[in-house]
Design a protein around this ligand. Structure first.
Ligand code: SF4
Length: 371
């Protein structure tokens, strides 16, 4: 397990210790108002009281969502109290612009192998539909539930039509990095708010961010009330967000994967340092170059949209083809993983203790993550 470094300890002092001391003593100890401790908010909470009826794990199919799930298992949470939620970035209407083709089936199969319930949810039309939106209302969401797929329409009496027609910007600000908010956070929020089965329950919403990933994530609280928390309201729905691997470094993640024999998901086997959308806006030059070499057409399609909307993903106004020109592609040696990367059906093993190995993408110095 990682030891807390000095910077984290300083922030912990600022955000938790000083304000709470002040509260106890009735003093103003000078902490910034925004940093004051709030009820139920904990900057450091690697271990928590697990007294929840349900744990909802936001599961992308990458190593950090795996590590989050495995931590729950190591802490003794029964599988019957866990649900995995997979937000399908491309939707299920035919677009293949962003996501790895096998990812939906990989998640379906791993959940079946583990004996855990998986529910998918998505914005109708996915990333590509939202990218093309022109003077239109936002599309509905679709959410798998125990009673089948529900459709969550928009309230057009309150919403206004909008135009997107530009790629999300590489930023920590979710207003301009619209993919995370529109295709994941908002979908989960509506999936919680529109299912009566959650009323009266204590729900722990589990996500896999890690402080090591970015300066912005280093500031995240580890436990806090979720935006959908209504514990004091008529619905009596208690929802916390817990980030059980926020304090993990990359070694911790691979170690927990190895302890459980979870084989590295395909992107890491192809040398990717992260498993995100295949065409993620955070892709490094070497990843764009690798995509262009091994996945013909994938980068060209993104570049065509950049031209169409006269907006590049890069803030430097360099299109993805020019970015790919700047780097050397990875040399992918894992032919089995490469063959799987093109298929929608996932056919490789998921858990195999005897053949566990670190993938080519582990501990990579290629930078391609959130800011
Ligand atoms: S993985 Fe990348 S492109 Fe996909 S939703 Fe997240 S930030 Fe956006």
């Amino acid at each position: 397990m990682t030891t807390m470094n000095a910077a984290v300890l300083d922030r912990f002092d600022d955000q938790a210790v000083i304000p709470s001391l002040g509260n106890q003593l009735g003093l103003d100890l000078g902490a910034e108002p925004l940093l004051r401790a709030k009820p139920g908010v904990f900057f450091e909470a690697p271990d928590i009281d697990l007294n929840y009826d349900l744990f909802v794990v936001a599961f992308s199919g990458g190593k950090d969502s795996w590590a989050s799930y495995l931590r729950l298992i190591e802490l003794g949470v029964p599988r019957s109290r866990i649900e995995m939620w997979f937000h399908d970035v491309d939707g299920r209407e035919g677009s293949t612009l962003m996501e790895w083709p096998f990812m939906a089936d990989y998640n379906r199969k791993l959940a079946a192998e583990l004996g855990v319930q998986l529910y998918a949810s998505w914005l109708v039309g996915g990333f590509e539909g939202e990218l093309n939106k022109e003077n239109a209302y936002s599309a509905p969401h679709k959410v798998e539930t125990p009673d089948g797929v529900i459709t969550l329409l928009r309230d057009t009496s309150r919403a206004k039509p909008g135009t997107r027609q530009r790629f999300p910007q590489v930023s920590a600000d979710l207003n301009v990095r619209w993919c995370s908010s529109t295709l994941k956070i908002d979908v989960a929020r509506r999936a919680i708010n529109n299912q009566a089965r959650f009323n009266g329950l204590r729900i722990c919403f589990v996500t896999g961010e890690r402080r090591e990933e970015s300066p912005n994530r280093a500031k995240y609280n580890q436990l806090e009330p979720h935006a959908c928390d209504r514990r004091k309201g008529r619905l009596a729905r208690h929802v916390d967000t817990w980030r059980p691997v926020l304090h993990f470094n990359e070694s911790d993640v691979w170690e927990i994967m190895e302890r459980h024999g979870v084989l590295a998901p395909i992107p890491y086997r192809l040398s990717w340092p992260r498993s995100s959308c295949r065409s993620c806006i955070f892709n490094s030059p070497s990843i764009w170059a690798t995509l262009r070499r091994y996945f013909p057409g994938s980068v060209e399609t993104i570049a065509a949209y950049e031209r169409k909307f006269d907006t590049t993903i890069s803030r430097d106004r360099i299109n993805v083809m020019e970015i790919a020109d700047k780097a050397t592609p990875f040399n992918i040696l894992d032919e089995e993983a490469l063959a799987q990367a093109f298929k929608a059906e996932y056919t490789l093993p998921i858990i195999d203790r005897a053949n566990w190995t670190l993938p080519a993408g582990a501990f990579s110095n290629v930078k391609c993550g959130p800011t």
